[in-house]
Design a protein around this ligand. Structure first.
Ligand SMILES: O=C1O[C@H](COP(=O)(O)O)[C@@H](O)[C@H](O)[C@H]1O
Length: 260
């Protein structure tokens, strides 16, 4: 697995704007090389901040929105349209403002969808959708995502992989249902580490003081069961995008102080 690279921006607004600019370039490059691009979105404050920055970016329409597949790393298992669903928040921040192809917007199932309240069936249905979209070059039964983004929680969770819960130990399935998550709502759907690691690039977003301890733990050699963010790696690149506050507890060997 490749070593994570760190980029530290002054504050969370700058981090969101810089990450949005980085994403535009990545998507345009993928569309130029392969005809289309696939991106996995994250929920949470930093993920939504990036989407809002992308909506406001002058270069946003350099992206051919009709040739972009959007997937989600996790979802809160709630009814369609619930304001706490990650897809609802993503629609408000960006998706409703750009001409996406609805067939390429792969939201995770809602609790009032075809699987009803059965979160494990919902997870299996999303795994099937991913497998159906995986091309011959895929490195797992999921597409070769160009960029997979993950917000890092203050407890080191990424997607809905929480420390010590069964989902973070999953080695076979690509999507699982989560029961009893410590952060509400307790029932969720999540990609697993094997699915995350099939992405070309994994970007971990951590801005704000409440992410400082999580970043320090995950980047200091912690195990993935105790610190799920430590296990999130891309095949070609793993990039941590931080702000000063989130980087404030990193060991000096990883993030030396700026020269005077
Ligand atoms: O519940 C969730 O939390 C994490 C992190 O959210 P944040 O607000 O602390 O940045 C997010 O990555 C995940 O997608 C989401 O479902």
């Amino acid at each position: 697995m490749n070593t994570p690279q760190l980029v530290v921006h002054h504050d969370k607004e700058l981090m969101a704007q810089a990450a949005a600019a980085r994403l535009i370039t990545k998507v345009v490059d993928a569309q130029t090389s392969r005809g289309s691009a696939s991106v996995v979105l994250t929920g949470g404050r930093n993920g939504n901040g990036l989407l809002a920055a992308l909506a406001a970016a002058p270069a946003r329409d350099a992206i051919d929105w009709g040739r972009l597949d959007l997937w989600w790393g996790d979802e809160r298992f709630l009814p369609e349209g619930d304001p706490d669903r990650n897809v609802t928040q993503a629609r408000e921040a960006l998706l409703d403002a750009v001409p996406l192809d609805p067939k390429r917007v792969h939201a995770m199932p809602a609790s009032d969808g075809p699987c009803g309240g059965d979160v494990d069936a919902a997870a299996a249905a999303y795994a099937e959708e991913l497998a159906a979209a995986a091309g011959p070059e895929a490195h797992a039964p999921v597409p070769s995502f160009d960029v997979l983004m993950l917000g890092v929680g203050p407890d080191t969770h990424v997607a809905s992989l929480f420390p010590e819960l069964p989902a973070v130990r999953e080695t076979e399935r690509t999507v699982v249902g989560v029961h009893g998550a410590p952060k509400p709502p307790p029932t969720r759907v999540t990609l697993t580490l094997p699915a995350i690691r099939a992405a070309r690039e994994v970007w971990l977003l951590a801005a704000g003081e409440d992410k400082a301890r999580a970043a320090a733990i995950a980047l200091s050699g912690a195990g993935e069961v105790q610190a799920p963010a430590a296990g999130a790696r891309g095949r070609a690149r793993t990039l941590w995008l931080l702000d000063d506050a989130a980087a404030s507890q990193l060991p000096r060997s990883l993030y030396p102080p700026a020269s005077p």
